[in-house]
Design a protein around this ligand. Structure first.
Ligand SMILES: Cc1cc2nc3c(=O)[nH]c(=O)nc-3n(C[C@H](O)[C@H](O)[C@H](O)COP(=O)(O)OP(=O)(O)OC[C@H]3O[C@@H](n4cnc5c(N)ncnc54)[C@H](O)[C@@H]3O)c2cc1C
Length: 512
């Protein structure tokens, strides 16, 4: 139906371009039969079915999906490259550093017992960073190609609302341009939350953006915040030789989503690797001296102050939605107390044709969540329905070993008064893990006590980040632990530990 109204990439289309306030015609292209031949703008070239502000994961995926659906779409990105935080300064560069620092650490500390004796091992930090930059460049260029391939226009510049249908763009190359969108998606993402009293210079007082680009290995590093990003970066620099201390306000690492038992086990493993932890501790103040940065820390509940000095301090206390310079005030859109754009279940703001997706709105700040929302939001525009199951969004911490989970943890279920049962299986009893001399960690299933339906799956262990995909699928399909336990898993694989943990939950394991 859509195609007949909007032929794909036709240059001069008899397209309806009169936007009405009641722009909620079914799939909200805002087209009604009576309007079909009216025009409302001076310049046809800059009229789009969909204008997306922000070319991060949420924005670029929406652009591709919209292009595939035959919409005339533009994606505005000010960074100079597509992919947003994830591809440029987040998921991708951090995983390059995690992968290669693990390799380096393994060569230094883990090959001898395997019968591999390595000579003089050197770290070439410049090349190490170059490898990361190459991955980033390849992927961001790849995304640019995908936009082109799907007929989505990529506009390099900073966009701001001029009115409810017009986005004014300060072009990166100089000059201005405006585009009008029948539908507009805000996908402007997030930024690191600053720490009061510490000025970020990205050299000595850094966010994750500085942490993926340090020019030398700091002798001592303090990480404020023991969440996923903090621990991933702490792992990288600790493996490369830094003495790293993590200061965390809460009583556990990994943030509140990580199951407490798994968090405890992970902390022990990371501590064995050399990371130091100060939990239930807060940073009271910081003094950036010419030689060192002196942090004053104390118990979270208050108490005696202690000094903690470091060459580099990483502020990793979370991220906050980013809407600066977007001109929200020009269209009367407001954010909530945490800076998030308020939306309904179809991602619509109070102005129905303006939607918000990704980090800039509710939900976990994760690339795959942003991607799911992008697809669903475009489908709401084109088909009036979309689907994201917020109960089945996996989380992964890419330390070594990895930690991954999906669904609910024990604390959440207890708080909700749900009766549950637990089944765990250690990798030390898994044949593949034993073969690989890589036996730390376990798989944990949590299931409804009566129905056996899976409520949560939590893994710390090698390849947990890949293994959790099976758990997510099981959760999505409403599987029981018996469903998983009776599914044949190849031998010898780490995934057999997954199956056996499920078996423990409804019956007994074979190998433990
Ligand atoms: C160090 C780090 C590691 C991470 N690792 C992972 C991971 O392993 N897995 C995972 O799932 N998530 C990870 N994340 C989170 C992930 O990066 C984000 O959830 C994801 O990038 C959100 O996508 P988004 O499109 O909503 O926002 P963003 O990726 O932030 O993109 C928003 C884009 O909008 C642009 N923009 C903003 N305002 C304007 C404007 N007015 N005009 C034009 N352009 C504008 C910005 O320049 C930016 O490029 C990590 C984040 C960090 C910082």
């Amino acid at each position: 139906m859509l195609r007949t109204l909007l032929p794909r990439r036709a240059p001069a289309r008899p397209l309806v371009t009169q936007f009405g306030a009641a722009n909620t015609f079914g799939p909200s292209l805002g087209v009604s039969a009576g309007q079909r031949w009216r025009r409302g703008y001076a310049s046809e070239a800059d009229e789009k079915d969909l204008v997306i502000i922000g070319g991060g994961v949420a924005g670029y995926v929406a652009a591709i999906k919209a292009g595939q659906a035959g919409l005339k779409v533009a994606c505005i990105e000010k960074r100079g490259s597509l992919g947003g935080t994830c591809l440029n300064v987040g998921c991708i560069p951090s995983k390059s550093l995690l992968n290669n620092s693990h390799l380096y650490h393994q060569i230094l500390h883990d090959t001898k017992k395997r019968g591999i004796e390595v000579g003089d091992v050197q770290l070439n930090l410049q090349q190490f960073m170059k490898a990361k930059d190459q991955s980033v460049e390849g992927l961001t260029k790849g995304v640019e190609y995908l936009l082109k391939k799907n007929g989505a226009e990529y506009i390099k510049g900073a966009g701001a609302f001029a009115d409810e249908h017009t986005v004014q763009i300060n072009l990166n190359e100089g000059g201005e341009r405006s585009v009008r969108g029948k539908n507009i998606f805000i996908a402007t993402g997030s930024e690191s939350t600053p720490f009061p009293g510490l000025t970020i210079d990205e050299k000595r007082v850094i966010t994750s953006t500085g942490a993926i680009a340090l020019e030398q290995v700091p002798k001592k590093m303090t990480v404020i915040g023991g969440g996923i990003i903090g621990l991933e970066m702490a792992s990288v620099w600790s493996r490369l030789g830094s003495e790293v201390t993590v200061v965390e306000f809460l009583g556990q690492i990994g943030g509140p989503g990580m199951d407490a038992e798994i968090a405890k086990m992970t902390q022990k493993i990371l501590a064995k690797q050399g990371l130091k932890f100060k939990l239930n501790t807060k940073v009271a103040s910081g003094d950036v001296g010419s030689d060192a940065i002196d942090l004053k820390i104390e118990a979270a509940k208050g108490g005696k102050e202690e000094s903690l000095d470091a060459d580099v301090v990483l502020v990793a206390i979370g991220r906050r939605p980013y809407t600066a310079g977007l001109g929200l005030e020009n269209v009367g859109l407001e954010t909530d107390e945490r800076g998030r754009l308020v939306i309904d279940h179809q991602y619509r703001t109070k102005i129905p044709h303006i939607r918000a997706i990704g980090d800039v709105t509710f939900g976990p700040m994760l690339a795959h969540k942003a991607e799911e929302e992008a697809v669903a939001a475009v489908e709401y525009v084109t088909k009036a329905y979309g689907h994201v199951n917020y109960g089945a969004i996996p989380s992964v911490m890419y330390t070594y070993p990895e930690v991954a989970w999906v669904g609910q943890n024990e604390a959440e279920l207890k708080a909700a008064g749900v009766k549950y049962k637990v089944g765990t299986f250690p990798f030390s009893a898994n044949s593949r893990a034993k073969t690989n001399l890589d036996t730390e960690g376990m798989v944990k299933f949590i299931a409804d006590a009566q129905t056996d339906r899976i409520l949560g799956i939590h893994i710390v262990g090698p390849n947990a980040g890949e293994m959790i995909a099976e758990g997510t699928l099981a959760l999505e399909y409403g599987a029981s632990t018996e469903d998983v336990g009776r599914t044949c898993h190849a031998h010898p694989t780490l995934a057999e530990a997954f199956k056996e943990a499920a078996m423990v939950c409804y019956d007994k394991a074979i190998h433990y």
